[in-house]
Design a protein around this ligand. Sequence first.
Ligand code: NAD
Length: 715
Amino acid sequence: MAALTRVSGSVGLISLLNPPVNALSAAVRQGIVDTVRRAVSDPQVKSVVICGQNGVFCGGADIKEFGGHMSGPPLVPIFNTIEAADKPVVAAIEGSALGGGLELALACHYRITQSKARLGLPEVSLGLLPAAGGTQRLPRLIGVPAALDLITTGRHLTGAEALKLGIVDQVTDQNTVEAAVKFALSIVGQSLESRRISTLPCPCPADIDAFFEGVMQRVKKSAHGAIAPVACVQAVQAAATLPFTQGMQREQELMATLFGSGQARALQYCFFSQRVVSKWSSPSGSRWDTSKPKPVTKVGVIGLGTMGRGITVALALAGLSVVAVETQQQQMMAAQHAVSGMLERTARRRGVSLVGDQIRYSVELEAVADVELVIEAVFEDMALKEKLFKQLSTLCKADTLLCSNTSSLDIDHLASQTHSPQLVVGMHFFAPAHVMKLLEVVYGPRSAPQAVATAMELGKRMGKVSVAVGNCSGFVGNRMLMPYVEEASFLVEEGASPEIVDRALEEFGFPMGVFRMSDLSGLDVGWKVRKARGLVEPGQMSRVRQGRRYSPLGDLLCEQGRFGQKTGRGWYLYDSAGSREAQPDPWLQSFLEEYRARQGLVSRRIDSQEVLERCLYALINEGFNILQEGIAAGPEDIDMIYVFGYGFPRHRGGPMFYASQVGLAQVLQRLEHYQQLHPDIPHLRPSSLLRRLVSSGSPRIQRWREIIRMPHSSL
Ligand code: NAD
């Protein structure tokens, strides 16, 4: 797992070997202990280089070891031994030095890196902190502000950026190990006093208390309740204010708190779930490992509104050729201008270079005749989409995949308009499509496995978390959103204010509550959907529609022209149309009082517990229905959709993981309680899958798939 060889006469070369990323498993740690001891005691070895085999230095801790009992030597003493060695030790960083990998490099006396290598301390994204001295050595090396930035965000740096910050001593475009060996030969005999980072003073800003107070406020605000970023600040504060040994103790204490927390479990679940969802399967038996994607180089995008523009940018950034079609000349010119700006800004931010002339614009649908895949993003209007799919099916090549970005319309119905329904799938992006990570790939009963595989692969090329889901109204994300949003409106009818509901949800960790979010996306969007479903009765206040409880509040606000931020008024009041600063609206308050009086509703006090339980358990309950129906293959699919598409706090793992942490019996009991109080709300009726899981002893979330597949009678 780590090998020592002597090269160039006197350099001890230690190579880590644990493919694919040389993770610091127990065996690798033992290997480092043994090889370092031998190199240090071998009189023929005058200096040491540590590298990783296969072009990767070290990807950090072995996350597979997190769940179980830790065995093998711990990292901290290993790194202390390396730093204390009286022979110079040089880290040769190729590929990546992440987490424990970078901490290993920081324990070495010198660091030489490949310019393209990625360096970082991403532990915070797993709900942890760099606990092998990373929070204590990095600030001593590069100063408190820069270290805080890297440790609290977990962001990665290139070798070149790391050089600028002073993390590494040399960057090379040549063979890194050879450069490190040459360097190691040149420094034999030099004093190592100033190279042992733990002995250095920590460069600090002038008013350190005020500095950390400001940082803490900022970090808490952006953490939305996540505890790891806060603990990272506390650990760096220890580096700035305490001697190294005491700082290390503080790092260990903080790590112990994080390690046992539900948040770390949730974040690690998310880490694994991201991989689980890429291994998709459908009830018809098609699977990721038996379905080969079709090669795609040229894609057509139809409709260059909000979504079409973002999709075009995402495709171009992924290196695909795009044919972008828009019927209206003026809209086309505006789109062309907007797309170039978005493309340039995003490419600059990501440091990628663009190939010129990748996008061809046209007002003729025939321009997509030779593409391999089309993504339709015209208005959400079934008649328009039907017509378009018929046209596309005739003018495109026989094997062209036809995809729709519809938010909720029936994919199978669209497929039925074409000559080859097996080539139709949904590719449901989220706004802004070049930024948001989620892609729902919607397969209908007739979609070919290759069509699903191709859409999933294309999503991957665009850097999306792609989740394959079945076809139903709203698919997974928007279908679950319905009961969540409805419950929020019911709570307002019963006595809550939009502020009370939003505050509870934001304290839970959502970046925005239901009402601030509706104001941002536009109240008219939902109004249009409800109209299409025949739910809207203009001017009517009736609270029962289609045989179930209905809140006409959103419709009544739209009838008043209150569409949210864009009109300066919605659930909140804004300084002007387009402004983002939401203020409570006294008009709304009197409107609600009058509304309740006319409905004969007696306003009551609603606390945050009720807000959370009714909104979240309604959402979760729909998730169980979706699992039961096979629309999502497993809880991980739902959770990744909610974390990457709907702002569900990642440190809570997603709605289904959250339910498992609350306890399924508790969720069931509270749903039963609310259902008794509100029998006219069908989405509070507990899902039969939830009941089955509770009666089978509330198994771990990783076992739910088994229970879902089990015939009911065997329980
Ligand atoms: P939009 O109104 O911003 O844009 C639609 C565009 O399609 C317009 O530019 C229009 O001129 C163009 N268009 C209409 N008919 C056309 C035709 N026959 N050929 C070519 N272009 C045509 O709409 P949007 O918000 O981008 O939504 C597009 C689709 O994406 C809808 O199905 C919507 O449900 C879905 N969607 C929207 C969002 C969102 O947040 N806006 C999110 C996910 C999915």
